[in-house]
Design a binder for this molecule. Structure first.
Ligand SMILES: [Zn+2]
Length: 195
């Protein structure tokens, strides 16, 4: 590099690469943050899986977005999930983020809910109760997801309570026990061993 005459090929004089320089010349693109009318000149990848798929924000909101992104960076999907699920119940998690990690490389797509106007991404399928398990889970009064250990524990308690021997051979108790047995069998069959 020669003194005072350093030049970058192709770059016009006085043009510096600035971290806060807009990344698009498309001035018609508004900030993706709902309610913000500023120019969305700064892009932010929607997730690590689709690094070529961007949101466009104004400078203020791209910074906000990146802060939210950084907040979850380094956390495992499980940690992100439990972070987001705090104060919520298993049945109806309210996702502050549009979508959560589905794998080690997946990251949040909509931190701080900027895209409130956009359609919410579907929740993880695994958090939804499989249709065929709704009834068995209700019978055993169990949440979803559930472990084999929990299923066995619940089954033991209910089977004992509804056993005909404990109910003077009562027919209703007998029917109830059959339902409990069927629910138990269904659940144990689908749950992975070892849990
Ligand atoms: Zn904005």
């Amino acid at each position: 590099m020669r003194n005072g005459t350093a030049r970058t090929h192709g770059a016009p004089r006085n043009s510096r690469l600035r971290a806060d320089a807009p990344q698009t010349d498309d001035l018609s693109r508004p900030c993706d943050r709902p309610g913000c009318a500023a120019h969305g000149g700064f892009r932010a990848p929607k997730s690590r899986r689709s690094l070529n798929d961007y949101y466009w924000f104004c400078l203020e909101h791209v910074r906000e977005y990146n802060r939210a992104w950084d907040y979850y960076k380094g956390m495992s999907p499980g940690e992100i999930e439990s972070e987001m699920r705090r104060d919520t119940t298993w049945q109806r998690p309210t996702w502050p983020l549009g979508r959560i990690g589905l794998g080690p490389d997946e990251r949040v797509a909509d931190p701080f809910g900027v895209l409130g106007n956009a359609k919410p991404a579907p929740a993880r399928e695994t958090t939804e109760i499989p249709a065929e398990l709704r009834s068995p889970l209700a019978t055993l009064d169990l949440p979803w997801p559930v472990t084999r250990v929990e299923v066995k524990r619940a089954y033991k308690a209910l089977a004992k309570r509804h056993h005909p021997d404990a109910n003077s051979g009562d027919k209703a108790a007998e029917d109830k026990l059959k339902t409990i047995n069927a629910a138990y069998t269904t659940l144990i069959r689908v749950l992975p061993a070892g849990g």
